[in-house]
Design a protein. Structure first.
Length: 154
């Protein structure tokens, strides 16, 4: 679906849902390390994004990562509020200056952080479902952000 028309959430495959939930279960208790690893990778690989986070405290950054994990669980559980929440986040991200390519950077850094923090608990088959889920969720956000930045049709 095009950004102009919006992006609707599609259903997650059962097998992917199982892998996503299993990997989150194995990650339990390591969220602080995930936050630290994610932002270390993100800022190291893409220093140009640090200006977008300068005003956010560590606790706010932790909340942003927690929202990502909650969104993945909500996606698996087919929560009805997720579409609206992602669209609102996409609009706010566009207002903060987040550009399309930055979403892909986030996905890659989150995947690497998940794998590093999970250590021996990470299984290779977790990667594709995470890439798919994060990619799809950020597509919804990106589409909403694009609509925000378009000139009004009225």
């Amino acid at each position: 679906m095009s950004a102009e028309a919006g992006a609707a959430l599609r259903l997650v495959r059962d097998e992917d849902a199982e892998y996503l939930l299993a990997s989150l279960d194995r990650l339990s208790g390591r969220e602080p390390q995930l936050v630290e690893q994610f932002y270390a990778l993100f800022f190291e690989r893409h220093p140009e994004v640090t200006q977008l986070f300068g005003k956010h405290s560590l606790s706010e950054q932790e909340e942003m990562v927690r929202e990502t994990l909650v969104s993945v669980v909500a996606y698996v559980e087919k929560e009805p509020w997720l579409q609206t929440n992602l669209e609102a986040m996409g609009k706010s991200h566009a207002e903060y200056g987040v550009e399309d390519g930055m979403y892909g950077w986030m996905v890659e850094c989150m995947l690497d952080a998940l794998e590093r923090v999970s250590g021996a608990d990470w299984r290779e088959e977790y990667g594709p479902p995470w890439r798919g889920a994060l990619g799809h969720l950020t597509d919804v956000m990106r589409a909403a952000g694009a609509r925000t930045s378009e000139p009004s049709a009225q």
